[in-house]
Structures are given as structure tokens and as C-alpha cells.
Design a protein around this ligand. Sequence first.
Ligand SMILES: *Cc1c(COP(=O)(O)O)cnc(C)c1O
Length: 433
Amino acid sequence: MTLNNKINNTLTYAQQLDKDDPLAHMRDHFSIPKQANGDDEYYFTGNSLGLQPKLARECVIEVLDAWQQRGVKGHFEGDYPWLPYHEFLAEQSAELVGALPTEVVVMNSLTTNLHLMMVSFYQPKAKRTKILIEDHAFPSDHYAVESQLKHHQQDVVENMLLWQPRTGEELLNHQDLYQLIDQQGDEIALILLPGVQYYTGQVLDMKTITEKAHAKGIMVGFDLAHAAGNLVMELHSWQVDFACWCSYKYLNSGAGSVAGCFVHQKHSENTNKESQLNRFSGWWGHDKSSRFKMENNFKAIPTAEGWQLSNPPVLSLAAVRGSLDTIKIAGGITALREKSLKLSQYLMDLITHELSNSIRIITPQADSERGCQLSLMLTVDNLDGKALFNALEKNGVTTDWREPNVIRVAPVPLYNSFEDAFHFVRILKECLK
Ligand SMILES: *Cc1c(COP(=O)(O)O)cnc(C)c1O
């Protein structure tokens, strides 16, 4: 075991790190839930529901006011009219995932978008009928894929190809995936994988996966629920075919808020009748200049917007706008990632130093293989996990518990401090006694 001997495990040191942190001021842009004693909670569940940016609240109220004062004219009037409201989000959303503004659209919810994307990108033909996912995919993704297979009358057992960790291991091994692609590539129509695995926090090599898949003629989509707002990505240059993400985790836009979707330009701009993708369409995906002529001749907008169905929930889009503006104030995703790596490294070092006999970190340690989330496996015998979780809560620590023995903690660079991380380890250590 390599203990990091240089770790300074004092509160003063944590406070010094906060003083030196150029993003420390961002915490003031958020409302932090309070403990019973009035102190801020130690909130580590930004990977599940991000905290409320004060700007998100303002933007939502602005839309409520516009509705109150303008009625239907709100569609066209004011600084942020509703008709093009989603367009105000495109540039910053695109930056988050490394895309062109025309390649992203904020619409629907995550699982809905996964389905809409699979309608376009899963076209079983002849021998090529399989969808490859990971064995421990988020249940909603698993169900979505399963139902798409059934929708196309494909046998689920035969056509749902699962990439599994090796026996006794938690993490996925990329070599195993590449072998599957090598051996069965001709039968795989689509690969759908997460950018960050939700349970272990493992980051997948989206660039290489896309290259290997494309070499075999396979479409590739990523679920970025745990990657958007967490990692720096380059979806456009990686040639990813599509991606979907929700906005309520690291994008802090409120429970169930409207989601993001990426479609690579090469697909949205394709006018070749032979290779054009089929889609489920609605009037909001129709050419803007003729949308209100109300004719029945669908002409898709040649961008990701062409996949929109309905006029979007503007109250929810407003929350996304406030949230994206908050990220912009912080200096964007590159600045956030820089702090994130420092903060999670600090937490990792502290846990290794203080708790290595009761906790094993299952998240990969290398920078390139993790986001901000650390998944901690409790290795204490006969531990009552639920009791421990409750004890943490009682001491003001909010984390996410996964049966049977994993705590997921996400120090979020936008609002978590080094001092938060310090107190988390201190309290966890006390609770374990
Ligand atoms: C959070 C999450 C979801 C949730 O889906 P919704 O449609 O937003 O309810 C789905 N998939 C993954 C991988 C997630 O992390």
C-alpha cells in the first residue's frame, strides 16, 4: 500500500487550500441547504441533484413575470422571448460537450432523448442487429435499449450484448470491449455507453471507443448524465454520432429539468435520401421559416434542433440558462475541471491516509479515468451500512448510499470547498468508530 506521506491532514491546511482556490467565490452563487443547527450541510450529492444556482432562480422568476405581464406576447417580446428560448442555451451547452452550437439542443428528458436517438441511430439490418451496452448500465438505459430491441422484433437475449467487468473486478476493462468489437463488430448496429459510469465513477475512453466502433461501421452514442458539467469533452472532433445528458446532476438545473442532446453535424446535415436517418418528428423540428404556415410537409431543421418535437418547457429552460450562466462566470468547464481534479485528489489522499483500513476507493485513481465522484466501498466486517449512512446525515453530511456497501461522494468544484472534504473525512471517521 502506498500511503501518501506528504498529506497534511489539518483543518488549517484545508482552509488554506480554499484561500488559494480561484473558484472559492462560486459557492456564493448557490443556495446551500442548512443543517438543523443552521450551518451549511456538507453536500456531496451533486452527482444526483445539483444545488440551486441563485441565477437559475432569477431566470425562472423572470419567465414567470413575463408570462404574468405579457401573456402570449411573451413568445416574441422581452430580452429572452420564448419562441427561440432554447437557442439561447445552445452555445454554452455546446462548449460543455465540445460540440458546434448547431449540434446540440436542449429538449425533453434524458430517457426520452435516448429513445429518440435510438429511433434514428438503431436501424437493425440483415446481420447487424445488436446493441452493445455495459452490464451495469443505469436501469433506465437498460430498459430503453431492451424496449428498442423489442420494438424492432429483435430477440433481446441474442441482441443485447453486455460488456462486463472481469470476475472479481468492479471496473470495465477497455481491452475486453475492443475484443468484442473485433469479434462481433459486423453484428453490432449500435454501441451505447456512459461517459462516466454512474456507480464506480469510471470515465470511459470515448474517443478511442468511437474510433474502434466506426472502423467496424458501428454507430456510437454516449449517455453523458454523469459526464456533462464534470469532464472536458470533444464530441465533435471525436466524431461521436449522438449523446444525451440530463441537466439536474452537474448542470444544477433542478429535478427533472429539461435535458441536452447532441447529434453530429454529419448526420443532421445529411441530405442524401439513401443514408438519411429516420426520426420521430414534431412541429418544433420543422423548418423555422415555414413552421407557422401549418402545412403538412415536414422539412427538418438541418441541425440537432431538427429532432425537437414540442415547444419546450420554458420555465425549465430558464433554470438551465441560469445554471449555464453560472458555469460561465466560473470560467467554463476547463476551469471547473482543473479545480475538480485538485479537490477530488485532496479528498482521495485524505481518505487513503485516514481511512484505508475501512474504505477502498473503487473509482480509478488516474486523472483521465475519473470525474469528481469517488465511490467508496466499505470494507469493515458486519457493518450496518444504513446505520452509518444515517449517522452521516445526522452530522450534516449528505451522500449517496448504494446497497450493499458503497457510498458515492461527489465534491463539486462549483460549490464544494476543501474544508467540506476535510469535514467529510473527519465525520466519516468518527461515525465508523
Ligand atoms: C441520472 C441518469 C438517468 C436518469 O434518467 P431520466 O430520464 O433523467 O430520469 C438515466 N441514465 C443515467 C446513466 C443516469 O445517470
